[in-house]
Write a protein that binds this ligand. Structure first.
Ligand code: UFG
Length: 341
C-alpha cells in the first residue's frame, strides 16, 4: 500500500526515492527505537509504535505517532494491531543485557524467541511482507579476524547473541516458506543521541559504557569501573566499534527501501569501521563534559573480546550507507546534551 507521494532523500550524498509507507515499529519507545522512529517520521513515513514500556520511555513517543501499549507475547493484541494494514514492520523490541541473558536464559527464550514467532505469525496472518530486524554483532562471538564482515563464523558467546542468531534463522525460513522479505541489521555498539536533542528519554539502569560514563559525569554514580586494562590493545583497554543511533536510523530507512524495491532479503553489519578504546572514550568524555569522571580498574568482564570492529563494506555497497555521526566527539557530546541536566 504505497502512497503516491515520492520523497527525495539525501543520505550524505546518496540520494534515493522513498515512498511514504505505513510502518509498525515494535519497540519504538526504546533508546534505539525512538531514534529509528524519528528517522522514519523525518522521511515522511506514517508510524505506529507498539511497545510494552518495559524499557521504553514516555517522552520517547513523538506526538505524530500512533501509540499502542502492547506486548509481543500478547498475540491477540499484536494480531489486531498488525491487521490495521501496515506496509512494513520494524522489530526492535528485545531483552538485550548480555550478562542477564547468561543468568536467566528462560526469560530471553520466551521474550526474544517466542516473541519473534508471534510477530512473524501475526505478519503472515495480516499479510505484512517486509520486516527490518535489529540483530547484533553478538551473533559472531569471539572474533577470529577483524574487521568482522558478514562471512565471519557465527558463534555467539552469550545467550543474548544466540537468540539473535536464532531469530535470523527464523527469518530465513519464513522467507523461504511464506515469502516474507527481511533486513537483518547487525548493530555493533549503538551509542549517541539525536544531535538536534529531539530524543531525551534515558535508559533505566544502563550497563553500556557511554551511559555509565555519563551517569558518572552527572554524579549519579560515584565512579566508572573499567573492566580490565591488561588487554593486548594500544592502551590495554577493550576496543569497540561505536555507531551513532542516528546512523542506525538511516540504515533502517535504506534497508526498508532496498528489500521493497529489490524484493530480496538482506543481512548487513552496521558499524563505523573505527575502533575506540574504553580509555579513549573516557578521556574524550572528560574533555567534553569538563567533569572529572572518577574511575577504577577492575577485573576483566567474562566474555569481553579485546577488540571488535566492523567491516561495513556490504552496507555501503548495497545500501549506499555510511556512518556520518559516529566520531567520538559527536557520540559523546550528543549524549551529554541529554544527561547534563
Ligand atoms: N565497559 C566498562 N565499564 C562499564 C561498561 C562497559 O569498562 O561499566 C567496557 C566493556 O568491558 C567493553 C566496552 O566497555 O569493553 C563496551 O561495553 P558495552 O557493555 O557498552 O558493550 P559490549 O561491547 O559488551 O556489547 C554491546 C551491546 C551488545 C552487542 C555488542 C555488539 O551491549 O548488545 O555491543 O558489539 F551485542
Amino acid at each position: 500500500m504505497l502512497r503516491p507521494s515520492a520523497l527525495m532523500l539525501d543520505f550524505g550524498g546518496v540520494s534515493c526515492i522513498s515512498y511514504s509507507m505505513r510502518i509498525f515499529v515494535i519497540g519504538g519507545a526504546g533508546y534505539i527505537g525512538s531514534h529509528v522512529t524519528r528517522g522514519l517520521l523525518d522521511a515522511g513515513h506514517q508510524v505506529c509504535v507498539y511497545d510494552n514500556m518495559s524499557s521504553g520511555a514516555k517522552e520517547n513517543i513523538f506526538p505524530e505517532t500512533r501509540f499502542i501499549h502492547g506486548d509481543i507475547l500478547d498475540y491477540t493484541t499484536l494480531l489486531e494491531a498488525m491487521r490495521e494494514g501496515w506496509d512494513a514492520v520494524v522489530y526492535l523490541a528485545a531483552l538485550k543485557a548480555v550478562g542477564e541473558s547468561m543468568l536467566y536464559p528462560e526469560k530471553y527464550s520466551v521474550n526474544n524467541i517466542n516473541g519473534t514467532v508471534y510477530i512473524l505469525n501475526a505478519m503472515c496472518a495480516a499479510g505484512v511482507k517486509y520486516i527490518c530486524f535489529s540483530s547484533s554483532a553478538a551473533v559472531y562471538g569471539q572474533p577470529v579476524r577483524t574487521p568482522i564482515d558478514e562471512e565471519h563464523p557465527l558463534n555467539p558467546e552469550n545467550f543474548y547473541g544466540f537468540t539473535k542468531l536464532e531469530i535470523e534463522r527464523f527469518l530465513a525460513w519464513y522467507e523461504r516458506l511464506k515469502g516474507l522479505r527481511y533486513a537483518s541489521l547487525r548493530y555493533f555498539n549503538a551509542a549517541g543521541y539525536d544531535t538536534a536533542g529531539r530524543v531525551r528519554g534515558l535508559e533505566r539502569n544502563p550497563a553500556n559504557l557511554l551511559p555509565v560514563i555519563m551517569e558518572t559525569a552527572a554524579g549519579i554514580r560515584p565512579r566508572l569501573q573499567i573492566f580490565g586494562a591488561d588487554y593486548p590493545t594500544r592502551d590495554g583497554t577493550c576496543i569497540r566499534d561505536y555507531i551513532h543511533v542516528s546512523d542506525l536510523a538511516q540504515a533502517h530507512l535504506l534497508a526498508l527501501n532496498f528489500i521493497r524495491e529489490k524484493d530480496e532479503s538482506l543481512t548487513v553489519n552496521l558499524g563505523s569501521e573505527t575502533g575506540l578504546s574504553v580509555r579513549e572514550i573516557v578521556e574524550a568524555s572528560r574533555r567534553i563534559t569538563g567533569k572529572p569522571i572518577p574511575e577504577e580498574i577492575t577485573a576483566r568482564r567474562p566474555g569481553d573480546p579485546a577488540a571488535l570492529t566492523a567491516s561495513a563494506a556490504k552496507a555501503k555497497r548495497l545500501l549506499g550507507w555510511k556512518a556520518r555521526y559516529s566520531d567520538a566527539d559527536t557520540l559523546i557530546s550528543s549524549t551529554w546534551n541529554v544527561y547534563n541536566l
